[in-house]
Design a protein around this ligand. Structure first.
Ligand code: ZN
Ligand code: ZN
Length: 320
């Protein structure tokens, strides 16, 4: 499986401000002067040596992740504003000619997870088939609502592509056999209005996406063995880590997790690679990097060498 992150911001799209850009430029140039950078050929190495918050931008698009299976079929998780970029990519292939078959898995219908849909170009191409997998029985209604006049000029159902809805049974939780050797399972998460985690398994490798989830000690206790069974031994777990521990106490019941708790979850479930996502829109790259370093410090204090931790970054890919 190839996993790619197209949108990692939580709650609201948050483009970088000019002030933040200027601050980054200033810090980068000061470093270059200090290190005596004076040759073109040294530039790549210099960039590589920068701390993460100067080396790249974490990104302002809201949640969208793609999973491409070994047979080359792409599954899109959520339609945050990151899906606009997926759409541009797909238009270069069969979807640009009305011959695309596109699979989208919905975690839930908060705005930051559906707002990209009106700007997903393949939606408007006749002949394309878009399969929506969702545990919500009113999925079509929700997608229609956000594109209803006067909020948007084109009604969702009136767009040219063919839309199919595959209802996932939230009660029985029967895993969906997407391909002969690719199964996706799903699990309900604590989040206002409900949200679902997805667990992909192919060729013995496990990828889990669990954003918009409030993991607490109590939630883990309540989930018990069933929850542990769902989450354990993932090769890659992308998990909600919107808050600091203090924020998670003051925003109890808001439906998101602290990075400290996210690390605890990764350790509890024997995860190999943990990726923290759904970044707080108010946080600059510098603040996100600070949070990342604190998460790593917490993990080090737990004395477990076997887990890697990343901060979700737009454009990042993982191969399983
Ligand atoms: Zn969200
Ligand atoms: Zn949400």
């Amino acid at each position: 499986m190839l996993i790619k992150l197209w949108g990692v911001r939580g709650s609201l799209t948050s483009p970088m401000t000019n002030d933040e850009y200027y601050g980054k430029l200033q810090r980068i140039l000061e470093r270059a002067i200090k290190e005596g950078l004076n040759s073109h050929s040294d530039v790549p190495e210099f960039i590589n040596s920068l701390p993460d918050d100067l080396k790249w931008v974490y990104g302002g698009n809201t949640t969208c992740v793609t999973v491409t299976s070994k047979s080359g079929v792409m599954y899109i998780i959520d339609c945050g504003t990151g899906i606009r970029l997926v759409g541009y990519d797909l238009m270069k292939g069969p979807s640009g000619k009305g011959k695309g078959v596109i699979n989208i898995l919905m975690t839930h219908n908060h705005w930051d997870h559906i707002q990209g849909i009106p700007f997903f170009t393949p939606l408007y191409v006749k002949g394309n088939i878009i399969n929506f997998y969702s545990p919500f029985k009113d999925e079509l209604k929700y997608l229609n609502e956000q594109m209803r006049a006067p909020y948007f000029p084109v009604f969702f159902e009136k767009t040219e592509s063919t839309k199919r809805f595959i209802k996932l049974d939230a009660k029985r939780r029967t895993p969906e056999q997407l391909e002969e050797d690719l199964v996706v399972d799903f699990y309900p998460l604590k989040h206002p209005g409900g949200s679902f985690a997805y667990r992909f398994k192919q060729a013995g490798k496990i990828f889990i996406f669990a954003s918009d989830a409030e993991f607490t000690g109590e939630v883990l206790e309540k989930g018990g063995q069933q929850e542990d069974d769902f989450f354990k031994n993932a090769d890659l777990l992308i998990i909600d880590a919107q808050y600091t521990l203090d924020e998670s106490f003051s925003k109890f019941d808001w439906g998101h997790t602290s990075y400290t708790m996210a690390v605890n979850c990764g350790l509890r479930w024997n995860v190999k690679h943990l990726v923290l996502t759904h970044h707080e829109p108010a946080n600059s790259d510098a603040k996100l990097y600070e949070n990342y370093l604190s998460a790593v410090e917490h993990w080090r204090n737990c004395e477990n060498d076997n887990m890697k931790i990343d901060m979700a970054t737009e454009g990042m890919t993982y191969s399983l």
